[in-house]
Design a protein around this ligand. Sequence first.
Ligand code: HEC
Length: 114
Amino acid sequence: MHARQKQLAIGTAWLLAAGLASPAFAQPPEPTDLIDQQHCMFCHTIDAPFLAPSFRQIADRYREKPNASEMLEQKLRLGGKAHWGDMPMPLPADRGGPLSPEDAHTLIDWVLTQ
Ligand code: HEC
């Protein structure tokens, strides 16, 4: 490789690395109002399993799975069978009120980046 080409390659790699490391791209902001309204933190924490799996465990389990977010959004709104133990998550009505598809999407996007 010529020196000039090499310099270009290094420059590109550095830009890519900087882009990936930047939280502005990698992580959506925490949807605090929704989390409060739906009492997510009543049962979940970010990193310690409590009454429910931690959001980090959930993110680790589903991050690489195709279509996982659609499945989780559905489940958050309509319920479904338990994936972690015997206790299913309560429905939105029992958590603080109805949850729109957009809000479910926002929440799952955020959970999966923890
Ligand atoms: C009353 C307790 C409780 C509340 C409130 C709660 N969860 Fe859960 N959540 C659970 C339990 C228990 C599980 C494990 C269910 C299972 O085994 O699939 C769970 C599982 C999950 C999962 C993984 C589902 C799966 O199929 O693997 C996600 C994602 C999740 N919760 C997100 C949320 C979000 C976002 C909120 C707030 C909108 C929330 N939870 C509020 C108890 C709760």
